[in-house]
Ligand binder design. Structure first.
Ligand SMILES: C[S@@+](CC[C@H](N)C(=O)[O-])C[C@H]1O[C@@H](n2cnc3c(N)ncnc32)[C@H](O)[C@@H]1O
Length: 487
């Protein structure tokens, strides 16, 4: 991960730790409700200076303030995700207007400026006057020195008066142009330009900035899609059918946050992109089989595998991260997926199973996540170029450890949510070269119709935000050969 942002710690709060984000202190009274802008500023400032995940902080803030009015909650989400989506452009614009170098700016001032500039440049419904006065008021509320409030005021006034500076010409510096126009780091733009050329790269960057649909997968152990759609309507959530996967719905509008609906608590659905749902269909499964899942996370695909077994048989769901495993247990309980058994373990090391135990294996590999930027825009500023090299060794280790646990004749499904060949087809090719007992199984006729449009001639499964409106997933199915019988 990249280094935390630097900033001078100036009077008022000199030497303080980064500002809190409304996380529990030792208080017995519920705190007064802060505004969405205040919460967004504190959260973004803390995430930047401590290298914490914006999404994790956002979840903590929403838990901490359950009484936040619906509009404020929506604005908080919009501001935080919007700033992360456009941060690279916002910083450039602000840098052009401000006299002092970015590193010299106090973290809170930087966050206030980013939130204000996002509203001025991307949210037409909020009047500029209100944005400016809120920004200055926030600086004062945080007891920043008056000079900081003055600096914020001056920069934002210039932005309102003169508008954003023009972007550099694409022909003069295509990397810089694309990086600023679409708010992606230059190293990533450079990488994709080399591989795909200007047009394809630009389409891809633009797709990464489109807000994705909120899709859910229906729990077929408990209900059917149309029944759930009607149930959701009674709960104040409007949903329509998904485009690709037969058990998907797209949420269009809601009166209260959908995950607070009783149907969610009763395990009738979970959030999942349709690309992840399609990947869950790539193994031919039937009731009673034994499946090993590596990298079970919070259970998105574990529940799917259990359903595909008719909840009979076994899904051994291995996860390394303790807190994710806890969430996985909760998901499985809600889902009624009794065939799935969570296991806390490092799957890069030998697991407690005999060779040939499993009829099928799914590796949902830890990866750079470059296919899911549209859902997790903070990836653009959290991931560094040097991080890319850290994934293939981990992915290779998981494949090598899982391979002997699969029965001859069984299939291993390898899945990532990234677009990089080093973590996808190159990695699988190298694995096949070292493991002649496996071969690529790309036969579309054995697979259900919804996945076929995404199979390439060689057998790779690939989805893309630009082409399909789906998260960017990659998958390959490997068949383990049966030993040749002698005589
Ligand atoms: C792509 S995410 C899983 C997403 C999840 N399967 C889903 O559908 O929502 C990869 C997961 O692999 C886990 N992981 C990483 N290294 C691991 C290892 N050595 N052993 C087991 N799990 C690992 C990570 O903690 C992470 O939860």
């Amino acid at each position: 991960m990249c280094l935390p942002e630097q900033g001078n710690k100036e009077p008022g709060r000199a030497g303080d730790p980064a500002p809190g984000v409304g996380l529990p202190a030792s208080v017995s009274q519920p705190p007064p409700l802060p505004s969405a802008r205040d919460l967004a500023v504190r959260l973004l400032s803390r995430a930047a200076s401590r290298q914490e995940s914006v999404e994790d902080l956002l979840a903590a803030v929403l838990r901490r303030h359950p009484g936040l009015p619906r509009r404020e909650r929506a604005l908080l989400l919009e501001l935080v995700q919007g700033v992360k989506r456009w941060e690279i452009r916002l910083d450039w614009v602000l840098g052009q207007l401000a006299a002092r170098p970015r590193k010299k700016v106090h973290p809170l001032v930087r966050a206030i400026l980013r939130v204000a500039a996002y509203q001025l440049l991307f949210l037409s419904r909020i009047p500029a006057r209100a944005v400016l006065s809120e920004a200055v008021a926030l600086a004062r509320a945080h007891r920043l020195p008056e000079a900081h409030a003055g600096f914020i005021n001056a920069v934002l006034r210039t932005l309102v008066r003169e508008g954003p500076p023009p972007l550099p010409e694409p022909a003069a510096d295509p990397v810089l142009f694309l990086s600023l126009a679409h708010a992606h780091p230059p190293w990533l733009v450079h990488r994709w330009l080399e591989r795909s050329g200007f047009q394809e790269t630009e389409a891809r960057l633009a797709a990464n900035n489109r807000i994705p649909p909120l899709t859910i997968r229906v729990n077929t152990l408990k209900t059917a899609r149309e029944d759930l759609r009607l149930r959701l309507a009674r709960e104040g959530v409007e949903a329509v059918r998904g485009s690709w996967f037969p058990q998907s719905l797209v949420l269009r509008s809601w009166e209260t946050p959908p995950q607070e609906a009783p149907s969610f608590r009763q395990g009738l659905w979970l959030f999942q992109d349709e690309a992840a749902m399609l990947a869950g269909e790539l193994l031919p499964l039937r009731p009673g089989l034994k499946v090993l899942e590596i990298g079970a996370g919070r259970g998105g695909k574990t529940t799917h595998l259990a359903e595909r077994l008719g909840n009979r048989g076994l899904v051994a769901a291995v996860e390394l991260n303790r807190s994710r495993l806890k969430e996985l247990r909760g998901t499985l309980r809600r889902w009624g997926a009794s065939a799935a058994r969570p296991l806390l373990a490092d799957a890069a090391r030998p697991l407690p199973f005999r060779p040939g135990t499993f009829d099928a294996v799914m590796i949902d590999a830890p990866c750079s996540g470059l296919g899911i930027i549209r859902r997790h825009p903070e990836i653009k500023t959290r991931l560094c170029e040097a991080d890319l090299a850290t994934f293939p060794p981990r992915q290779r280790a998981l494949l090598a450890a899982a391979a002997p646990l699969l029965k001859p004749g069984g299939r291993l499904l390898y899945v990532t949510c990234t677009t990089e060949p080093e973590e996808n087809e190159d990695l699988i090719r190298a694995f096949l070269a070292e493991h002649p007992e496996f071969r690529l199984d790309g036969a579309p006729e054995t697979l259900p119709a919804p996945v076929r449009p995404f199979l390439e001639p060689l057998g790779w499964f690939r989805t893309s935000p630009g082409r399909d409106g789906l998260d960017g997933f990659f998958a390959a199915v490997l068949l383990k050969r049966r030993p040749v019988q002698e005589g």
